[in-house]
Structures are given as C-alpha cells and as structure tokens.
Design a protein around this ligand. Sequence first.
Ligand code: PLP
Length: 481
Amino acid sequence: MTPEQFRRHGHEVVDWIADYWTRIGSFPVRSPVAPGDVREALPASAPEQGEPISAVLADLDRVVLPGVTHWQHPGFFGYFPANTSGPSVLGDLVSAGLGVQGMSWVTSPAATELEQHVLDWFAELLGLPESFRSTGTGGGVVQDSSSGANLVALLAALHRASGGATVRDGVRPEEYTVYVSAETHSSMEKAVRIAGLGTDAVRIVEVDGDLAMRPAALEARLVRDTARGLKPVLVCATVGTTSTTAIDPLAALGPICQRHGVWLHVDAAYAGVSAVAPELRELQAGVEWADSYTTDAHKWLLTGFDATLFWVADRAALTGALAILPEYLRNSATDAGAVVDYRDWQIELGRRFRALKLWFVLRWYGAEGLRAHVRSGVALAQELAAWAGADDRFEVATPHPLSLVCLRPRWPADVDADVATMTLLERLNDGGEVFLTHTTVRGQVVLRVAIGAPTTTRPHVQRAWALLCDGHDWLAADFAE
Ligand code: PLP
C-alpha cells in the first residue's frame, strides 16, 4: 500500500469508525451471535490474492459487527467500562503509523521520554506521592494490563524480600506468603502462580461488612506467619474491588505493612483514575504508604485498551527483578546509566508507543475534561442508587462511592431469589437496549450497574432503571400466577 493509497483508505476507515460511533445506539448492546457463527461467515483459508479495502470494510459490517458487544454503547453497564475516544484512537493510529519499538531509550528516545513525562503528569493529576515521580526514587510506566502490573509488582516485591535474589536462585519459594482478600482480583493469585510460589502462598485476609480488608486480621496473619518462619512478601490492597468497588483502608494497612517490612501494592485498576477529581481522593487516603500502584486509563479514563498506569516508589526493586542485558541490546546510553530502558520495567521486551494515545487524550480533554467524565459517572450512579434506595422492589446491596451500583432485587419469600435475579438479568440483556452483569455479595446474586461509557447520559440511566423496574414487575406478576 503506497502512502497515497493509505491516505485514501485511511479516510475510509476513519469514516467507518465515525459512522459506527454515530449509529452505535441502534445496535443491541450484547452481541446476539451463537458460538461459531462468526467463524462460519469466514472463508476456510486465507485469501490467495490481495483484496480491496472496500471488501474488508463490507465484511466488517457483515461478519464482525454482528459479533461485537458494543462496549461504547450508551446502554453498556456491564463489568467495568472499557472507554475509548477519538483522541485515543488518533494517538494509537499515530503510534501504529510510526511503528517504533520502544524497548530501550535508544530504540526511540521520544517513546521513553514522552511516557515518563505523561506518567509524571498523571501522578500529579491523581495526587499520587512524590516518590512515584521519575524525579524521585520511583517512576511510572505503561503496562498492558493491571493483571500484568500485579505480576511485576509481585516480582519487584520478591526481589526486595529476597535481598536481590530471584525466586529460582537461592531462595525457597515455599517460605513466601502473599496477602489478599476474598475480593482481590484473581490476577493476583495468577501472578503468585506465575511467580512460582504456588497457591499455598496466598493468605486470604478477612473482610468487614463493607467487603474491605480488615487491618487487624491482616496484622494477625502477618504475626502468625512470621512466627512460623515464613516470609511475608506482598500485601495487595484494592481500591475499588472488581465485584463491588469495596475500598481497602490504605491508611490503616500502610503502617502495618511497614512494620512488617512487606511490600504494599495498591490495585486501583478501575477506581484509581477517579482521583483526577480531588474530592474523590479521600477514598485512597494513605496511598503514600504504597510501594506500587496500578490504575487503568483503559477502563474509565477515555483511553482505549491497553493503557495501564503503573508506578513504583523504588524503581531499583523493579529493575532489579526484571533487568537483563544481552550483548545485542548494549548501547552507550544504557551503559552510561543515563536513561530509562522500559524493557527493564515489564515482562515483555518489545513495547508499543502507548504514551501517544495518553498524550492525545490529555491534550484534547485537559484535566478538566477527564474530571468532568469521572464526575458525570459518579453523579449518575448516585442518582440511580437513590432511586433504587427509595423503591421497595430493590435493595442497594453495597456502598457505592464511585460509578458502580450493586442492586439486589426483592422477590416474594417463596421464590428462589438468585434464579429470579438471573432471569431478570437475562431478560434485560436479551432486550438489547442495555447490558448488565452480575456478581455475588454474601452468597447472593446481585446486579451490577457500572456507569462510565463515554456516551452514557442521564436519560440512558433513567431508561436502564425503567427497564429494571418493568422487568421486575413482569417477573413478579409471573410468579404470582
Ligand atoms: N484488578 C482489578 C481490581 C480489576 O477490577 C481488574 C479488572 O476489572 C483487574 C485487576 C484486571 O484488569 P486488566 O484487565 O487491566 O488486567
């Protein structure tokens, strides 16, 4: 494809995306296809001859779109949001067009330095500790996901705990312990497995009535494990758990971790970006105790996947765990210690120029635009919770400090509540106007309404609420027959 052909077809593709965004509200939010439908619409073998872009675009409409669940749809209330936006797509397009590989500073200095700078900007915008800045002892890096960030945090913590050894070199993994709660994201347990510690290493700390980790229970476990000769390595505290956005109390957990010499990792994958709004920072009071911190711009901050913002307070622990320098990557800037080589801050060697999309997003929206987006989601969630709280048909199941509301529908005593709630969920999702997901709270199924798609406005939340009420009435009438 020549640059001129690219220009022409690039315009067609951008038009296609803009048209998609314009008509997104007309699609059923959840893809209606059955397993195998998409593959059945594709030829068995790859094309022998090249095809025109127009044929590919036609197949986007014919094959791909029916098999897409529309995460940017204003009626998308499932899981957590996975925002994208015009500036994010354009920044990614530039990254793709430049096609650079930013594994080392020398392989494209701008890729490293823009990333350092944007991460410093975000650390300031989110009110994170000075130690996280590149000008301090730590620094930030874009990871592919918070799952990956949880893994590298654990590897850095292991490096520090073992005095610089690696798990496979001179230390006994069976002695190490890692502390989570039952509400911690499953990626932390996966990280423990990948790190070679085995699931026995995981200690599940008790939670309180709001599903937040209990500091006293953590301390008791640390004391007990240390007395047994075990080596506590990392505590994973979550700000905004996946299930219900419960918030582990960092200000109480931090001093405990420090007393026991344990790495405090804060997983704020969804909720951390809310700190762009200063009035929401109180939720993560105590963040200055954190050794590492992850939050996803690709969830709720108008940036497309993958854009995990990850910081450490001591970059030496991270690079100590991950740095490896084969001869073919040696260069004078690295040898002089004058630069950051991000390959030493992540699992993979190669890396895309992901800072570009974050830079585009920041420059297009400004901090005020990002605050407005977060505040809108929070305000809508509070309104929904108020409607539900005032309605006998629903109970607000958990605290809702951000933009997720967990609702437990009330059913007659002789009805299996979980089956009824799941039936209501399926009915809503089959309708195509909205998409919700579920979780369990204290053993009972609840509906999660996660607000935060960029196009969602008050009428969309009102409509979702009306559908919930109508669906409840319809099912209740059915049960009464
Ligand atoms: N941690 C928490 C608290 C999450 O809620 C999630 C996903 O929802 C993750 C980690 C995993 O995020 P990612 O998809 O970026 O790996």
